[in-house]
Design a protein. Structure first.
Length: 271
């Protein structure tokens, strides 16, 4: 009597995530009295759905220029930017930006500042529904007791929390972060990095963060993109950051590979 071999179950192949953000042959040129100044040239970048990417590079390499082009706030000189299969032609609520300065309307409350965008993105929602969205994200960033405080009465760190809440409340396809913690002290910066990652872990929005801080780039991202120095800046290298999520700062810092990643990025910046 022959025994039948049991079929070994095969593990399903991981589903490939589609590209959410693609920059193809991207170019940015500024005219000057002495001729054109080419900031970015032939820049190629693809970012997957739900991926968190950090972009680092020397000052003046065009990091913020790239981010404002993705946001639709800066004209594209050549090539194209595609978000979820649609070319970027202007600013839109599918891309939310958190800038270094929160840019709140000072005479409005935290709730009212978040409400401005929510009204535009969810015009058919009831007043109560819109308010619920605003309060949910303000609570998530730690401002559950400060809904009705005017922006002028909030500290710089609290204002930036409003900026983060405002961005997530738009339910964007892409979250753009332009050195959002650059003006904050190190303690507040660490707290807000944790707040940002906690909300992002739940929302899983494709995120792009511009930063000068190598440690911040590693802690936040799935992948760190390194830009060459300008003019004619482009993507010079990239580094996968495979640390598990959700991330714990102490565990990341104690990981045996952490300082190898840090040294790799610093070596790129120093050459």
């Amino acid at each position: 009597m022959q025994t039948q071999l049991q079929a070994v179950p095969t593990m399903p192949e991981p589903v490939a995530r589609p590209d959410m953000l693609v920059c193809q042959d991207l170019k940015k040129v500024y005219p000057t009295p002495t001729g054109d100044y080419v900031v970015l040239d032939d820049l190629q970048l693809s970012i997957k759905e739900s991926e968190f990417v950090s972009i680092i590079g020397h000052s003046g390499c065009g990091k913020s220029t790239l981010l404002t082009m993705i946001a639709g706030l800066n004209e594209i000189s050549g090539g194209q930017i595609i978000v979820d299969k649609d070319p970027v032609r202007e600013a839109g609520p599918d891309r939310a930006v958190v800038f270094q300065s929160p840019s709140l309307l000072p005479w409005l409350t935290a709730l009212q500042n978040v409400m401005i965008g929510v009204k535009q993105v969810f015009p058919s929602a009831s007043r109560a529904e819109k308010e619920e969205i605003c309060k949910y994200y303000l609570d998530k960033v730690g401002l559950g007791n400060d809904f009705h405080k005017r922006a002028t009465d909030l500290s710089q760190g609290m204002q930036q929390r409003v900026g983060i809440a405002r961005a997530f409340a738009l339910k964007p396809k892409v979250l753009l972060l332009d050195e959002p913690f650059g003006m904050l002290d190190s303690l507040t910066r660490g707290e807000l990095q944790d707040v940002l990652l906690e909300i992002w872990q739940k929302e899983k929005i494709t995120a792009v963060a511009i930063t000068h801080d190598v440690d911040e780039s590693i802690f936040l991202a799935d992948r760190v993109i390194m830009m060459t120095s300008g003019p004619y800046a482009k993507i010079g290298d990239e580094l996968e950051i495979p640390f598990e999520r959700p991330r714990n700062r102490k565990e990341v810092l104690e990981h045996p590979d952490y300082y190898d990643y840090r040294a790799y990025l610093l070596n790129f910046l120093n050459h």
